[in-house]
Design a protein around this ligand. Sequence first.
Ligand SMILES: Cc1cc2nc3c(=O)[nH]c(=O)nc-3n(C[C@H](O)[C@H](O)[C@H](O)COP(=O)(O)OP(=O)(O)OC[C@H]3O[C@@H](n4cnc5c(N)ncnc54)[C@H](O)[C@@H]3O)c2cc1C
Length: 532
Amino acid sequence: MGAVMNQNHSREQLWAQLNQEWDLIIIGGGITGAGIFRRAVSGGLKTLLLEAADFSSGTSSKSSKLVHGGFRYLRNGQYDVTFESVRQREKLLKQARNLVTPLGFVFPHNASTRQKRMYRAGIIIYDLMALKWKHRHLNLTQLRETMPVLKPKGMAGAYLYYDALLDDSRMVLRLIQETIEDGGLALNYARIESLLKDTTGHVRGVAVEDRSRSNLGTQELKARAVINATGPWTDKLREQLGRQSRVRPLRGSHLVFSFDDLPIPHAVTLMHPQDKRAMFAIPWEGRTIFGTTDLDHQVPLDQEPYCTDQEVAYMLEAIHSIFPDSKITESSVISSFAGLRPIVRGDANNPSAESRAHLVLEEDGLVTVTGGKLTIFEIMAEDTLKAVLPQLGKELKPIRYWFKPNPAFLSDNRLSQQSFHYLAGRYGQALPDLLTMSDPQSLQQVDDLYLYWAELPYNARHGMVEHLDDLLLRCTRLGMLLPQGGMGVMNKVKQLTKSELPWTEEEWQLEIARYQDIYQKAYSPNPESHLK
Ligand SMILES: Cc1cc2nc3c(=O)[nH]c(=O)nc-3n(C[C@H](O)[C@H](O)[C@H](O)COP(=O)(O)OP(=O)(O)OC[C@H]3O[C@@H](n4cnc5c(N)ncnc54)[C@H](O)[C@@H]3O)c2cc1C
């Protein structure tokens, strides 16, 4: 049997299992918490991961989907961040095969020799950091052949360099699933309400509230160490210890377009015409995503972040500058999404100049990790556990693998080799289970997406789905990739998943209404119009 979330235990059974003496409780089920969970359980620690909402529902489902060195950080002189990220990218391409895949980036330059030299120098440093020599120059004829839509004013050529692409939520879910299989316990919709302290003020546990549909109440849990991996919410828990804020939440938004509207075989790196910030157009899951912005986030953290009208206009301006012949308008936007970077507050006025380095703090027994980025989650996990081990008085066993090896290609006349590898990247060793429960019709792709219909019932059964948005926005990305959040295929979604989800007809209607509300206010092409 492959990796299956919590081995099919009921919510009530899992809730009852929480009450044990833990080595470690990790608060937060984004990539940071998931990485620490993987490393801690592999290292032999008895570990519990608790997530307030759905796994990856914070920033970790709303990134630019890149495993990258951060070429633009070189510009800010953040060489150490770029170096460790480039090295991690190379590792992840091997460790998380087919979940993390190579992606070419076209980076246009103008006729200025200075600009061309500067870009070239940056790209060479970038390649050398990875001990590679993969970049090349494209002249205008080659560019016209490779990417005819790319026509920024004054373009004289471009460099093609390589980074990597992933589905961020699937990475979080794979890490969590495979760690549960190895003996860890993880629960979503379990919110930490307070930290429990002993008489000396040292954190010794947490009070957790069940936020699921089952409404199982609150319980107090003891642990030898507690880790705060709550991303943008980091300071909320630290406030309970009377600590000053350290996180500057910076919002980044993206727009999603059909591939036909922005047909790009490689990603494109560009500078926004207004402020010269680096932005990307990225082919992803049969669509093209464009982003991102970088703004101080003034909205309360309990409200799902959304892309503002101003951000939409700012991104369209960049698109028109680089793809001037495209017919893209506001009405071409399929969806939008916005996430909050949990940046360690520095002294930069300009949000984009803030360091992307991570920070580990030990305060009254609570170990907090924040900042950083998805690409370096392994380094963040190792650094966090280094800070925790003195509290545990234990050694961490070496890790065999962060991701279990993908299953070997099984000749299955329902799937091409390419499709098999795509699904193997997303589900790892659980893929044979998915194939067993799928009929030939469900092993068809959804419209012009990479996604397979079969992923819906599989996740409905094994993905710890509490709400429809878990299934459509994170376990699968159908809601972000189809127009109107996929409302046009809702009957089919229901037909495929209703035997897996314990919802009455009335509950289905409530779930659809809840999903539509979330979609409109945080994922639609124009969230602000739904918030007024
Ligand atoms: C627009 C944008 C683009 C980005 N692009 C990239 C990229 O391409 N590549 C890259 O490497 N990085 C990228 N990043 C950075 C990366 O996405 C983040 O660094 C990373 O996702 C942060 O993960 P996290 O687990 O720390 O936080 P989160 O993913 O936000 O997870 C924190 C979790 O804690 C939970 N939580 C909060 N409070 C509680 C509580 N009291 N009890 C229980 N749980 C709680 C939340 O519900 C949440 O799920 C990007 C970030 C943004 C915003």
